[in-house]
Design a protein around this ligand. Sequence first.
Ligand code: RB5
Length: 150
Amino acid sequence: MKVIITGDHAGMVLRNAAKEVLDELGFEYEDVGADCLSSVDYPDYALPAAERVANGEFDRGIFVCGTGIGISISANKVKGIRCALTHDVFSAKATRLHNDTNVLAMGERVIGPGLAKEIIETWLTTEFEGGRHEKRVNKISHYEEHGCSK
Ligand code: RB5
């Protein structure tokens, strides 16, 4: 599993939490997020990192900003990305089981590193359930491909 981490100036604490979990799990990762606290624009970090998940260079992404909202909206604009903004362990598990999400977004002004680490570990280690959920995910991909729901 290869994971790309990114985030703006408001995501450094949870990005470090993500790295601790990835080290514990022995997964490969690259952090391409902002490297100082000066204010930057979250789309400049989310969009190129999401493209690297969509093109197969990375299996998953973990994206952090202040709320997680801007970075998740941006990520979901990239074709092939299913990004879930997640601040609880139940949703982290459900979004892997049901939505096969390939990007996890979190806001470090919303939750602390302890909970974030549990969310990240759950999200990284839960497999997609497939079955009826696959049909639903395929409908999203069809829309991305053809620009219509039929
Ligand atoms: C930056 O101040 C903040 O707006 C950003 O990190 C994020 O929360 C946007 O959605």
